[in-house]
Write a protein that binds this ligand. Structure first.
Ligand code: GLC
Length: 426
């Protein structure tokens, strides 16, 4: 019997005698509450993910699922944290939030170091969660998007995987036209995230950066967005809406794009790694019919992927802090990250898992994705600090107004530059 099972068996014997003696089976454990966004199969996998920790500690982990949109989650979390809510012990946090929410979370530096997790993680990811020397959250998984493409359709039309946006646009149109002429009325060339939320900031940063248009606010704090390359990038995306992308793309988040893709109705999709595993699931119409490549490049730049990822932070106000730290360390461990990679398709942040045979068998592309996320473009959360949410909101609002045809890119970007300069006091 493993040490794990033994302790669980002992525990249930102990629990049984507690029932007999005191009439309660729950006297020994505490309940730890975690709030987390619900994308992909994260909710379905949660119980299996935390089971080893629950068995080992006798505690229970309770998931409170949140809306999928990062922007909506952030708004809710900020309210709870400002009110010093004691019911929530752990927050699953987006990579961009560390500087804005740092004051509300416990410093995990010592606990993580003692568990070997500082050394086990990619240094740049630990750095992204470190604010003024404080480890604000422990990495759970990292994210860098891919261009998903249908291998069967590219082959049928004798097309190659596009490496420039121009090629992508032409190939998407050609295959869409061909498939529609053959009677497939539902097919679209390219699906992505066009809703006015954080996900659009990610997509649009990729277009702009890959056109040589900078990264909105540069590392030194300079607002750089008002330039011709950025404007050309947004005009390109505007041109997709209603041609190779459905009008509805203006309301799509990750899951809506994946919905179209997974029913077999898109030639290309921009999405994060979680969609790879799900796309190869038994209920997927594209199982075995797709692969992934880096996103295409623009005329004056090279392929750019926005850096994403999620972490776990311990609230300073939660009433189960010790158990919460224990759960955070477990969720950030190699064991839990491996479970997540295999069952949710998330990219680990633990270096050694990129050589793990089981992880690579479930997600063969991951061996080549280390380079993509290590070179991914960060959103400007470090240079703008506590203003990030507003910076991003101004950016995605301006982008949305362009891609929905309400403003010209050059005008929208000139206004955006003024607004950002005002906000940041430049
Ligand atoms: C993914 C990324 C996250 C990003 C979000 C935008 O979840 O991991 O960093 O903010 O998508 O929708």
């Amino acid at each position: 019997m493993s040490a794990f099972k033994k302790s669980a068996a002992l525990r249930s014997t102990a629990a049984l005698s507690l029932v007999l003696v005191a009439g309660s089976a729950f006297a020994e454990g505490v309940e730890v509450t975690i709030v987390s966004g619900a994308v992909g199969n994260a909710v379905a996998n949660f119980e299996a993910l935390v089971a080893p920790w629950e068995e080992a500690t006798g505690n229970t982990a309770v998931l409170v699922p949140m809306p999928a949109s990062t922007t909506d989650q952030f708004g809710q979390y900020r309210l709870w944290l400002a009110a010093q809510n004691g019911d929530i012990d752990l927050y699953q946090t987006d990579v961009i939030w560390a500087p804005q929410l740092a004051e509300h979370f416990v410093d995990l530096t010592e606990a993580a170091a003692a568990a070997g997790l500082i050394d086990a993680n990619f240094p740049s990811i630990i750095e992204s969660q470190t604010v003024d020397g404080k480890l604000v959250a422990l990495p759970l998984f990292t994210d860098a998007p891919a261009l998903y493409f249908r291998t069967d359709l590219l082959e049928k039309y004798n097309a190659s995987v596009p490496t420039t946006w121009e090629e992508l646009t032409a190939t998407a149109q050609m295959i869409q036209d061909g498939e529609r002429a053959a009677g497939n009325a539902e097919i679209w060339g390219f699906v992505w995230q066009g809703n006015a939320y954080e996900g659009l900031t990610c997509d649009a940063l990729e277009w702009v950066k890959s056109f040589g248009g900078g990264q909105i606010v540069e590392a030194d704090g300079t607002v750089s967005i008002n330039n011709d390359n950025a404007a050309a990038a947004l005009e390109m995306a505007r041109g997709w809406v209603g041609t190779i992308s459905p009008e509805g793309v203006l309301a799509y988040q990750e899951e809506e794009a994946r919905g179209v893709w997974q029913t077999g109705n898109a030639v290309f999709m921009r999405n994060w790694p979680y969609a790879y595993l799900l796309g190869n699931g038994d209920d997927s119409a594209v199982k075995g019919l797709f692969d992934v490549a880096p996103l295409p490049a623009g005329p004056n730049g090279s392929s750019a992927a926005t850096l994403g990822g999620w972490n776990i932070a311990v609230s300073r106000y939660g009433d189960q802090q010790e158990a919460a730290i224990s759960l955070a360390l477990y969720l950030g461990s190699a064991e839990a990250q491996k479970q997540r990679a295999i069952n949710e398709g998330n990219l680990p942040t633990i270096v050694s898992l990129y050589e793990d045979a089981d992880v690579l068998a479930a997600n063969p592309y991951m061996a080549r994705w280390q380079d993509v996320f290590l070179n991914a473009v960060p959103r400007p959360s470090a240079p703008v600090g506590s203003d990030y949410n507003e910076v991003s909101t101004l950016f995605f609002t301006a982008v949305h107004s362009v891609i929905s045809g309400q403003s010209e890119a050059a005008d929208a970007l000139a206004d955006l530059q003024d607004d950002l300069d005002d906000l940041l006091g430049n």
